[in-house]
Structures are given as C-alpha cells and as structure tokens.
Design a binder for this molecule. Structure first.
Ligand code: NI
Length: 135
C-alpha cells in the first residue's frame, strides 16, 4: 500500500542521513523498519505491569504554547507515583526532563503515553526496572 506523509524538512533530512549511514536500499525500507520498531516499542510498553520503577526522559520545545502547563498538569495528576523530577534547559528552545516514578506499571506507562501525545514533545523514552527484590 502506498501512503503520503507530510514531514518537517529537518526531520526528513536527518532520517535520510541515518538510512544512508545504515546502508538501507531505500527510504521506504527505512520507514518500514521505523514503523516496525515503533510497534515493538508499543507492544513492549503494553507489557509493563506490576510494581515498577520507571524513568521517563522527555525532550520538548519550551516555546510550544501551553506545553509546559500541560506537562505540569499531567505530573500533578500522577503525583502519587512520581518520586522526583529534574529539569535541564538544553538550549534556547529545548528542555529535558527526567521523571522518576514508582508504582503500578500500567500507571507508569500511561503517564509516559500522555506526555508523548502532546504537541511540541520531541522525544520520550520510558525505561522501567524491577524493584530488585526478586533478583
Ligand atoms: Ni527549561
């Protein structure tokens, strides 16, 4: 199936550089691989359950109107499981936040997904770990 997608120029340029470096035969193959990785990531996140410690790393544009307020609202909503957060002003336009959560895996995942869905958020990474008790 063929699809048409609109992308910011800088995103496409960076993508093309990476597929060149990785030796992909075509842009389409790179896009297919990216979509597969996206699905794997989603499925991995869907498996997160039980009590977990999670770390959300988020990079976002602080010039995106309303975004910081929305991020703060989400963090207050999940304040019962958020243990700590750190804010770094990356450059003129971008901020990084690292948020440590401890609670039911589903809630940790939901918090990350809510942040991911906001406009102006450039990257969200969720890693989770067990509490070490069973290791
Ligand atoms: Ni900042």
């Amino acid at each position: 199936m063929r699809i048409g997608v609109s992308l910011p120029v800088n995103l496409l340029e960076r993508f093309d550089e990476i597929i060149l470096q990785r030796g992909y035969s075509s842009r389409s193959e790179g896009i297919r691989d990216s979509i597969r990785n996206y699905i794997v990531q989603f499925e991995w996140m869907s498996d997160v359950q039980g009590e977990r410690v999670g770390v959300i790393t988020i990079v976002y544009s602080h010039v995106q109107r309303g975004l910081e307020g929305n991020l703060t609202d989400i963090q207050h909503e999940f304040s019962s499981i958020i243990q700590s957060s750190m804010h770094v002003h990356l450059d003129h336009d971008n901020c990084l936040e690292v948020i440590v959560l401890r609670g039911e895996g589903k809630d940790v995942k939901t918090a990350a997904e809510r942040m991911m869905a906001l406009k102006g958020v450039k990257h969200v990474k969720l890693t989770t770990t067990s509490l070490g008790k069973e290791l």
